[in-house]
Design a protein around this ligand. Structure first.
Ligand code: WTA
Length: 636
């Protein structure tokens, strides 16, 4: 990123100012000098948030895989692009060079073509975290097909809903998937899903677990022999800048998932530039993001961001608990990982385990730690900093969304200092603002409001697949001429942002706005507490009262009963004020979570309000069994 690398706070300030004072010039220069284009653009940006309509680099032509693969063949053909670490540590890891990745992507692209896939067609990818997942993503992009990756832990219903919503005719899957000591029968799930998807004409199956599967004649094909026969050369499809690159589903506050549509050129520029600078990636580094490619984090920071920069990116097939809870640290040691990017929920889970599992591994290769997906509470932040980073690795708490495509607010190692629980400052080109309930911009610091973005950035989603009206309503209707994130944020007196959580999680108690995240932070400070979730229940006098679901590090501590509840409330009182005390506390053995680790508060809210007849869809939960346990505890 030549002129625009950010290596000091002066760089940051200078480039940030340039990016907001002269955004078109800035993005023009950045994009022109750092990517391979088939044709340059006629205009840098056309936008209208009222319609809404956003177009970046209009008139340009490119293919993102030429930028991820072909251009690295000159200097980096033998460099490792992907390190694949299998679920079972006894199985050998695999190092895939840029040259080999290039050939494997081309072969996959040719197989897709042989099944009739053309530019603009949607391809559903339902694969575990094996190299073929990244390869299929890139193969689609190479031939201009729109990939729709569905996390290979979603149920058949969730899968068929997504296949049908964007009308995929091809599905890529595997016989099964290894998850710790379990095998998940993916092909069976696909078979069930496809009963509701008559338009699907081909299913391409990677054999991973060698489990017995049913192959539907004329529809299902084992992919290996097709790949062996395919040519390792495949020309790029030339894409217009605004041609969709992929659809990725994210859950909305209601009903149907939203298929966020990302563009070819803008997404490329955003994911590449953020990756390079926020992780301070240097050429020989080994970078590892523990997310699944089924989520936006995996799209932008396992596949595209790293490969656009010619980086080495590690893909891990397994789970943090197998063969034991030291697996992450074992992998860091084994591959000498330099940048490690994970989620607070993983950090909290691992922090509950014996510290010996961390300390027996050499983590000295680590330089930068990252966090993403939810606000990271102070206790988890400190544990991560002390035990994993050994107080020497800057932590980047990166705030962003499926919709934003790339990181929006984050510290930058040795450039913008980390501050526990703060995402800190906007990345280059990002213009966040806080809005009050009346739709006015809050200009002063030391204030809290709704987080909006007032100017377009290249990697923003352009629409919701098939539902532009919903795109407009969800993101552009709450505040005039602004993108509304759905999150609340506090901005301290130095202008640093601290994301307080979804604004639908704000609870008003006796007229005071209380974010659930800070209360949960306070509770989690208690040394017996593992995790907590606060919801509001209607209260005659206060409007709402607070109801806390709490999991304990050791279930037996629940026997402390009232005295423990009192201690927890004292902690809240101390950290926030008596107003934030909980009226009701329930100790539970787990919280209902989505597969990306988010707590499903909607369910907790309904149980606390005795509305269990109408819990809504629980099929996307990671641990649906917990719901019954919580119901019986709360209501009996
Ligand atoms: C939350 C994940 C606090 C936020 C990339 C956002 C965060 C939603 C952070 C998007 C963070 C993500 N601090 N909250 N660092 N990162 N969030 O679409 O509420 O899965 O709106 O994208 O996660 O989740 P999504």
């Amino acid at each position: 990123m030549s002129n625009y690398n950010i290596n000091s706070s002066e760089d940051y300030k200078r480039i940030y100012d340039e990016s907001v004072n002269h955004p078109e010039k800035f993005w023009n220069d950045l994009a022109k000098d750092n990517f391979k284009w088939q044709k340059h653009w006629d205009s840098v940006l056309n936008w209208d948030f009222k319609k809404p309509e956003i177009r970046w680099f209009e008139g340009a032509q490119l293919n993102i895989t030429e930028n991820c693969l072909d251009r690295h063949l000159i200097n980096k053909a033998q460099k490792t692009a992907i390190i694949f670490e299998p679920n079972n540590p006894k199985e050998k890891s695999e190092h895939i060079t840029y040259e080999s990745l290039f050939h494997r992507v081309n072969k996959m692209a040719n197989v897709l073509k042989s099944k009739g896939v053309k530019k603009g067609d949607r391809v559903c990818i339902y694969l575990p975290m094996i190299p073929e997942l990244a390869i299929s993503v890139l193969a689609c992009a190479r031939i201009g097909a729109v990939h729709s990756v569905v996390f290979a832990g979603f149920s058949a219903i969730a899968l068929s809903t997504r296949i049908n919503d964007c009308n995929c005719k091809i599905v890529l899957t595997s016989d099964g998937s290894f998850r710790g000591n379990k095998i998940l029968d993916l092909k069976k799930i696909v078979d069930t899903a496809l009963k509701d998807c008559p338009q699907v004409s081909s299913v391409l199956v990677v054999e991973r677990t060698k489990t017995k599967i049913h192959l539907e004649k004329g529809r299902d094909y084992l992919i290996e022999s097709l790949l062996n026969e395919a040519s390792q050369d495949c020309p790029i499809e030339v894409m217009d800048s605004e041609d969709p690159l992929f659809v990725l589903y994210t859950s909305g506050s209601t009903g149907k998932p939203k298929g966020m549509v990302h563009s070819s050129a803008g997404y490329m520029v955003g994911s590449a530039y953020t990756f390079k600078n926020i992780f301070q990636y240097k050429d020989e580094d080994i970078y590892w993001c523990t997310a699944d490619i089924g989520w936006i984090t995996g799209h932008s920071y396992i596949v595209y961001g790293p490969l656009l920069n010619g980086a080495t990116t590690l893909m891990f097939e397994g789970v943090p608990s197998y063969p034991d809870y030291g697996r992450f640290w074992e992998i860091v040691e084994k591959h000498k990982v330099n940048q490690f990017y994970t989620a607070p929920t993983a950090i909290r889970t691992l922090a509950k385990e014996s510290i010996d599992l961390v300390n027996k591994h050499d983590l000295s290769s680590l330089k930068v730690l990252g966090s993403v997906g939810e606000p990271i509470n102070e206790e988890a932040w400190k544990w991560y900093n002390i035990n994993i980073g050994k107080n020497k690795c800057p932590i980047v708490d990166t705030w962003w969304q499926t919709e934003t495509g790339s990181i929006m607010i984050s510290s930058i190692p040795n450039v913008i200092e980390s501050k526990p629980t703060y995402a800190t400052l906007p990345f280059i080109g990002i213009q966040p603002v806080l809005m009050d309930e009346n739709g006015n911009e809050i200009l002063e610091n030391d204030a809290e409001g709704r987080l909006c973005i007032k100017y377009p950035w290249p990697s923003m989603a352009r629409t919701i697949w098939g539902d532009h009206k919903r795109y407009k309503e969800t993101y552009f209707s709450s505040f005039d001429n602004k993108y509304f994130t759905g999150d609340g944020s506090y901005r301290d007196n130095k202008g640093l942002f601290r994301i307080t959580g979804r604004v639908d999680d704000v609870i008003i108690v006796s007229g005071h706005n209380l974010g659930t995240a800070p209360i949960e932070d306070a509770i989690n400070e208690h040394n017996l507490v593992a995790e907590s979730a606060i919801i509001g229940v209607p209260h005659d006098i206060k409007g709402n009262s607070l109801f806390g679901y709490i999991t304990l590090k050791e279930a037996s501590s629940a026997s402390l009963g009232e005295s423990l509840k009192k201690e927890i409330n004292q902690l809240i009182s101390k950290q926030i004020g008596p107003i934030a005390k909980l009226d009701h506390i329930e100790f539970v053995s787990g919280l209902p979570k989505t597969r990306s680790g988010k707590i499903m508060r909607r369910i907790l809210r309904k149980i606390a309000n005795n509305e269990i007849d109408n819990l809504g869809d629980t099929s996307t939960l990671l641990n649906p069994e917990i719901v019954d346990e919580i119901i019986s505890k709360v209501l009996h």
